[in-house]
Design a protein around this ligand. Structure first.
Ligand code: SF4
Length: 259
């Protein structure tokens, strides 16, 4: 169900009267495309707003140019439960944990019997009902330098770089919830940084991080781009003993919205 079809712009949404509930970019039923639950029928609630600006962001309208409708928690629950075939709900973004209301939504969904996955960049921790924290720490390859910035400005490069890894928040998420660490791979050059971050977290976190908790995902929001990145990602996954994760939704539906 498109929530954003008559969505406000971010500027319109800045009206304090409008800011009730959560800014929702889209709410739809599909298959989970990535990670340990790939293939699972799920309702997706995509919140708008992100504290980072990856140049390759595949949800551009939640980060670079956010659009959304404001929905209160009751309205979101009504729309989710309207998909009575689904047992899994994925709260994604943007960065869904930016919003305090996301915690209330997760608590209510869990109480209603849903399995909840949160897709997060790992820079924010909240105490709530998460069955799977799908944590995607952002590597240096994500920074929107002037050359890579989709708007060609480079104004977010420093802020993004300073915020993209928060070891304390990552440890809290890992120690509190079942988790997967999902890294977007653009090339073999990313592996030293991934290995280094995994080792930092193994040293810092009280929870064991198994190689099978580390997922490598090819960068690419279109079939054409995935064709360039998935083979090398599969090869480095085998080489390092990490798990490869596909992007099933791209394989199935390319870059169609609400997939
Ligand atoms: S953290 Fe996720 S939502 Fe935010 S800019 Fe990066 S890819 Fe987009």
């Amino acid at each position: 169900m498109p929530v954003s079809s008559d969505a406000e712009t971010a500027d319109e949404a800045a009206d304090p009267e409008a800011q009730q509930g959560l800014p929702v970019n889209e709410l739809f039923y599909s298959l989970q495309g990535e990670g340990k639950l790939a293939g699972m029928p799920s309702v997706f609630v995509r919140t708008s707003g992100c504290n980072l600006r990856c140049w390759f962001c595949d949800s551009y309208h939640t980060s670079w140019e956010p659009t959304h409708a404001w929905l209160d928690i009751d309205a979101i629950i009504d729309r989710v439960t309207g998909h009575d075939e689904a047992e899994h709900v994925v709260i994604t973004g943007g960065e869904p944990l930016l919003h305090q209301e996301t915690a209330e939504l997760l608590d209510r969904l869990s109480a209603a019997g849903f399995h909840t996955t949160v897709e997060t960049n790992g820079t924010i921790y909240r105490d709530t009902a998460i069955d799977l924290a799908s944590i995607s720490p952002k590597l240096a390859n994500s920074t929107p330098t002037t050359a890579k910035d989709p708007r060609g400005e480079g104004e977010w490069a420093d802020r993004h770089e300073n915020r993209r890894v928060d070891i304390d928040a990552l440890c809290q998420l890992i120690e509190t919830y079942d988790f997967q660490l999902k890294f977007v791979v653009t090339g073999c050059d990313d592996m030293p940084e991934i290995n280094q971050l995994v080792e930092r977290l193994r040293d810092a976190a009280a929870t064991t991080i198994r190689d099978s908790d580390v997922l490598l995902m090819p960068e690419g929001a279109t079939r054409e781009r995935l064709a360039e990145t998935r083979e090398l990602t599969a090869e480095v996954a085998m080489e390092h003993g990490y798990q490869y994760t596909p992007r099933l939704h791209v394989d199935l539906w390319n870059d169609a919205p609400e997939t």
